[in-house]
Design a protein around this ligand. Structure first.
Ligand code: NDP
Length: 251
């Protein structure tokens, strides 16, 4: 946990970073924060109006011109990911970071009642889609001198909990995939892959999961950004295949 990390000025200057689920919640704040630290941010998400609002905010703040990439992990095909790689290759020629942040909660419900179609949707958005996208983008990551790939996990991806169904399973798969890919890329030394658990954070997803909770008791996305900056930027170089937390566990 690097909640006390203070990012130096221009930490992400000249870096091209893709943020998925960049229209809302933690991803929105991460995109704005990365741009504020100098990154050219590629805003990926399924709701274009939300991405446009983030785009406008970055431009208004004088950040590097971002790019918008509309994509829905539920319907995207392998061709979509390949087209995306081709477009980014033409535009930037490399990728210095990916924050895999988009996520779907599904339902908190006993397994016996879990709708199998919803189960598949959650697995598609949280793990299968991001894996296919990562495969297509790997050549671009290898073209970077220092690339950091972050997969977003959860406490239920490290210890299972009743009723969390596909969401928990998808996060366990995320942790597993991070270990596999990190081990495969270790010899390169230039592409690192780690998992990051944001911890309880004040967003719409958290409200859906814990409707009775007072949001004021939770950290905001802004407050957990130090770890997001440290892990995407050069100061975390050398860390590969590790699990990080963006905030200390609640006392
Ligand atoms: P939000 O629900 O606030 O935001 C999720 C983002 O993912 C939205 O921008 C959403 O787009 C996007 N998204 C959802 N489905 C798709 C899809 N099919 N295709 C493309 N984009 C999609 O969630 P949080 O910000 O809270 O969560 C961000 C990450 O952090 C997730 O991976 C979550 O699992 C994880 N996490 C969050 C915790 C918390 O306390 N908040 C705790 C532990 C983990 P749109 O805006 O269009 O709906």
């Amino acid at each position: 946990c690097k909640i006390d990390y203070q990012a130096p000025n221009g930490l992400l200057n000249d870096r091209v970073i893709l943020v998925t689920g960049a229209g809302d919640g933690i991803g929105r704040t991460a995109a704005l924060t990365y741009a504020r630290h100098g990154a050219t941010v590629i805003l990926l998400g399924r709701t274009i109006a939300k991405l446009e609002a983030v785009y406008d905010e970055i431009e208004a703040a004088g950040g590097p011109q971002p790019a918008i990439f509309p994509l829905n992990f539920e319907g995207a095909s392998l061709k979509d990911y390949q087209d995306m790689a081709d477009t980014l290759d033409k535009e930037f020629g490399r990728l210095d970071g990916i924050l895999h942040n988009a996520g779907l909660l599904g339902r908190i419900t006993p397994f016996e009642q879990y709708n199998p179609e919803l189960w598949d949707q959650v697995m598609q958005v949280n793990i299968n889609g991001p894996i296919a996208m990562t495969q297509a983008l790997l050549p671009l990551l290898k073209s970077s001198a220092d690339a950091s790939v972050i997969f977003t996990s959860s406490s239920v991806g490290r210890k299972g909990r009743a009723y969390w169904g596909a969401y928990a399973v998808s996060k366990f798969a995320t942790e597993g995939f991070v270990e596999v890919l990190a081990d495969e890329l270790e010899h390169l030394g230039s592409v690192r892959v780690n998992s990051l658990n944001p911890g309880a954070t004040r967003t719409q997803m958290r409200r859906s999961a814990y409707p009775g909770e007072d949001p004021d008791t939770l950290r905001t996305p802004e407050e957990i950004m130090p770890t997001y900056l440290w892990l995407i930027g050069p100061d975390s170089r050398g860390h590969n295949g590790e699990k990080f937390d963006a905030q200390p566990p609640k006392a």
